[in-house]
Every structure is written in C-alpha cells, then in structure tokens.
Design a protein around this ligand. Structure first.
Ligand code: NAI
Ligand code: MG
Length: 385
C-alpha cells in the first residue's frame, strides 16, 4: 500500500475539546482513526487536549478559561465532542463555549453533509440514494444576544429576542452555497418562511435570489421551512445543497440526520472559509446523557467530522479514505445499536481502523509517541509561552 504523499513533513496542531457526556467517548474514537490515517498518508497531527466544558464550569463557573480563544487561535483547527450537562442550563453551556468559538473565529458557514449509509437501519429510507448538504448560517440570524426579559415574576413578564439578518451575512453564506452547488449537482434549495416572517425572511429571499442570479448555471428553489422539513422525510433524494438560516438549518439537519439513520452519524464543520481563523469540526449530536458510560455511542459523526477537518487542512485523499472506511464498515453490518447493530464504540472504531489498513492493525501509533516523533510540537502554540 504505497499511500505516502509528499505531505510527509506537515504537522497540524489541533485543539481537542472532548467536552461532556459521550463527547468524551466519541472524540477518542475519532483520534484513533485520524492517527491511523495520518500515519498511512504521512502527515502529523498533534492533539492539544483541553478539559473545558461542564466539569470545568462546575469548578470555575465558566466553560473555558479567559484566554481560551487566544489558545485556540494559535492552533490550526478545533475538534469538539459535545457540550451539555443535566445540571447546567443548556444556554449556559452553548453560549459559554460553542457560540463564542463560532463567532470569534467568524465560522459563518456550518456545513452538514447528509448521506445515506447502506446497511444502517433507518425508519424512512433504508437503501435510498440520499446525498445533500445543509449550509447553515452560523453567526447571526435567530440565535442572537439582542433581547431581554421584562416584568420578571409578574403576570406581565415578557421575553424578547431580536433576530438579526444582514446583507453581508446572507450574501456570503449564499455565495458559499452556490459555489458548493456548482461543484455538485447544481441545485440550491433555500429554506424560508417569508409568508409569516415578513421582515427577516423576505429580506433573506431577496438576497438569496440576488446572489443566485450571479450563478446562472444553478437551479434555485425556495421552500417554506415546514414543507421543506416534510420533503426531507418524504423525498430526500431530490436535494443537493440546502441553504438555511441559523435556526432553520439547525432543525433541518437534525431531521435529516434521523432520516439517514441516527443523529449519531452526522458530522458538522464550522468553517471560516477565508481561513483567517481556525475552523471547528464536531458531530451534530449532543452529550447524550442517556448513553454516557455504556460504551455504545456511535462515533461515526465524530469520525466523519474528523474527515472534514482533514479535507479542510488539505488532505483530501486521507479524508476520503476515512469516509470510505466508515461506509464500508457500516455496509458490512458492524453498527452500534442506534443503527440496529450490536457493536460497541470501540468495536466499531477498531473495525474502521482495520478497514483503513486493509486488515493491518499495527500502524496505530499512540498520540503521545507521535508528538515526540514529530519533534515539532505545536510551534505556534508554544511560541509565546
Ligand atoms: P443528543 O444529541 O445528545 O441526544 C438525542 C438522542 O440521540 C438521544 O436519545 C441520544 O441517546 C441519541 N444520540 C445522540 N448521539 C448519539 C450517538 N453518537 N450514538 C447513538 N445515539 C446518539 O441531544 P439532546 O438529548 O437534545 O441533548 C443532550 C445535551 O446535549 C443537552 O445538554 C444539549 O444542550 C446538548 N447538545 C449539545 C450539542 C453540541 O455540543 N453541539 C448539540 C445538541 C445538543
Ligand atoms: Mg443542534
């Protein structure tokens, strides 16, 4: 297997945040697979692991240290598991970590590929030919800090939350979606609700149309979010690229993940397409407190997110090899219980590594040993410490 490429002296420094719950189970699985594939393709990955998240919060009343964003800025990418703890409000965990990272590093595209996995049990679509991508706006829209509560504790208590849509934000997202569609099957579906949301969504529709008009080779459709969600259930094969606001994209990708089998299989990339800042890669699922410690969490979404990270870092062949191995292992019937199988997280991970190496398990190198071998440990991270 002569798979070494000319990238042999490249080492990337990755901030790893396993986070909470099953994040701590699926991220090690992803690292095992990524170490195996990077050894095969001849590049290095240094894992700069952080214990940030809800455990950190319980000690220090914050999800991550004050200088966390500076620490991340010195690395090439972030691999994240999940955050969320039954004892802490979800808004605290989300706004204390994920949203600051997405916004500080202008990760305005949230890319969520949805592909059918032959062999995975799905209530809707086993064997169907589903292959689309949700391009979700990731830094503005409905998830906004502008708002508040008034008259707390009285009969007149009220809550306000201001959605924020900008020409700049919708425009650059749509450009990204159009460029992606031109490399795929040329179809863009825009998620809207301009019948009800007469200010923000009519504005969304206008900008999406303006930008799509600059790509006359593409076919643009606009669909109301409710009908679109139903079509993802009834006719998912028709979609190619779906462009959606922050809230709509979040919901649609959750539905779509269930259609192809389980929320456990879907990956997500939070991209700064201009590469001015590190991008962040994570599975779509959360911390799944119901599964913690049982050893049966599906690591597919985390491993696939790792593959998207490799592609972003310039290792397309290695990235494709990982997705091919995942697909082959699931098709051969090695699945975790969410997909109808009996494999544990570690059985599945070992099968993916074995598939990558055509049955040769010996290439796995422990992360600590790798860092020493490469001898170039996170140069930027340590440059000023
Ligand atoms: P969840 O994704 O954690 O779980 C939903 C359902 O899917 C559960 O039944 C769970 O067992 C199952 N599931 C999830 N991941 C799986 C996997 N890898 N393999 C097999 N089954 C899997 O969503 P939920 O329950 O709404 O949220 C739990 C916590 O996670 C909350 O605190 C929430 O805020 C947080 N969360 C965090 C996210 C993130 O870090 N990006 C995303 C979504 C939720
Ligand atoms: Mg979500």
């Amino acid at each position: 297997m002569a798979r070494k490429t000319p990238q042999a002296d490249v080492t990337h420094c990755i901030t790893v945040i396993p986070g909470d719950g099953i994040g701590r189970e699926v991220v090690p699985a992803a690292i095992t697979v990524l170490d195996a594939v990077s050894a095969q393709y001849g590049f290095g990955l240094f894992w700069d692991e952080k214990n940030w998240g809800s455990g950190f919060y319980k000690r220090y009343r914050r999800m991550m240290p004050i200088d966390a964003l500076d620490q991340i800025a010195r690395t090439d990418a972030v691999l994240l598991g999940a955050v969320g703890d039954p004892d802490i409000s979800d808004s605290e965990t989300l706004w204390g970590m994920l949203i600051p990272i997405r916004r500080q590093f202008d990760q305005y595209v949230n890319l969520r590929p949805i592909r059918s996995l032959p062999g995975a049990r799905s209530p809707w679509s086993s064997g169907a030919d589903i292959d689309f991508v949700v391009v979700r706006e990731n830094v503005e829209g409905e998830y906004s800090e502008v708002g508040g509560r008034s008259y707390r504790g009285t009969d007149h208590e009220s809550a306000y939350q201001q959605a924020i849509f900008t020409r700049h934000g919708i425009g650059r997202l749509t450009h990204y979606a159009c460029r992606l569609a031109s490399q795929r099957r040329g179809r863009v579906t825009s998620a809207t609700k301009s019948d009800g949301l007469i200010h923000t969504m009519t504005f969304w529709d206008e900008i999406v149309q303006e930008v799509a008009a600059q790509h006359p080779e593409l076919q643009l459709n606009s669909a109301h979010i409710d009908a679109l969600a139903a079509s993802i259930l009834t006719d998912p094969e028709q979609f190619d690229v779906i462009v959606a606001s922050n809230l709509f994209g979040d919901i649609l990708s959750g539905i779509a993940a269930a259609v192809v089998g389980s929320v456990g299989v879907s990956p997500s990339a939070n991209l700064n397409p201009e590469r001015r800042y590190p991008s962040m890669f994570e599975p779509v699922h959360g911390s799944a407190p119901d599964l913690v410690g049982r050893g049966i969490a599906n690591p597919t979404g985390a491993i696939w997110a790792g593959s998207m990270m490799l592609e972003h870092l310039g290792h397309r062949q290695a990235a494709e090899a990982v997705v091919d191995a995942l697909t082959a292992v699931i098709a051969a019937g090695t699945c975790t219980p969410d997909l109808g199988g009996t494999a544990t997280t570690s059985d599945f991970t070992a099968a993916v590594v074995a598939e990558l190496q055509d049955g040769r398990q010996s290439l796995i190198i422990a992360p600590s040993k790798r860092a020493a071998e490469f001898g170039r440990v996170c140069p930027r991270r340590f440059a000023d410490t």
